[in-house]
Design a protein. Sequence first.
Length: 291
Amino acid sequence: MINQEYRFDFSWLENPGHCPVCGMLEKKILYDFHPFRVFRCKECTAGYLSPRLMEKRMMEFYADPSYFEGTEGYGYEDYASQESGLRVTFQHFLRILHRKEILQGEILEIGCGTGILLKEAHPYCRRRAGTEFCGNAAAKASETADEIIVGGLEQVPISSRFDLIIAVNVIEHVYNPKDFLRTASRFLKKNGKIVLVTLDIDSLWHHLFRHRWPSFKIPEHILYFNRKSLQYLAQESALEPSAFFPFTQIFPLSLILRKFSVTRVPAFFRRILLPIPATMLCVILKNKKGR
C-alpha cells in the first residue's frame, strides 16, 4: 500500500485517463489510497493507478541511491535483509527455466538491481548482462555479471541479441508496457524468449487481503496484471505466450510481519525464510512466427 511517509508535490501527478494496456476508457474503481486510486479496466481487466506520478519524476527516484534503502518513503525497505530470500527464490525460479530449456546462452535481465539473479544464473549461461537505473546497485551487480548497463533498454547497444530476456517485478512499473515489450523483443535472437514475472491481481492473496494486499506498492506500482491482461498485452506487442505458471516468493519472516504493521520484530526472524506460493504470475513470451 501507499507509504504514508512518502513525500511528493501534487503538481507531479498525471491522470492516464485510459487503460495503459488496451487503451479503453471504461473502468471501475477498486481502491482509494488518497490521492491515488487503483482502477480496473473493464476490457482487458488490468489494474492501473490513476492519478500516478509523472514518469520523469518516478525515473529520478529509481536512479536515486537511496531507492534500495527505502529511506525516503519509497523503494525497498532494508533490501539487504531480503537478499537471502531473494537468492533462494531466484535459485528455484532459474531451475524452472532450466527445466523448460530456455535458460541458456546469453541472457539479459531488465532491472537487475544488485545482480542477485544474474549471479545465480552463472552455472546456466555463457553470458549474463543486465540493465539497472540505480548506479550504486549497478556497480554492485557488475561485480558478478559480464555486463551491466546503467539505464533502461534504450541504453542497450542496438546490435545486442539475447537468447533470453528476463524482467522480474518490472512490468508493473512501466508506463508504456506495449512499447517496452516491442523494444525488448528487438533484442531477441531467433527463437529467443522473454520471461515476465509480475504481481497477480487475481491471486488468492489479493482476494484475502484486498486493500491491505502487500503488493500494492504505491506510487511505484502503476500496473497490476492477471493472466487475461498479460495475454492482451502480449497480443498488442506482437508476442505470443507459450506458458504461464505461478511464482513462489520466499521472504524473511521479519519482512512479512512488517508488511502487516508489526513494529517489534526479533532480529533472528530475518533468518527464518517462508515460501509464499502463487503470489505472482510468470509468463514466457516468444515472437509470433518465431521471428
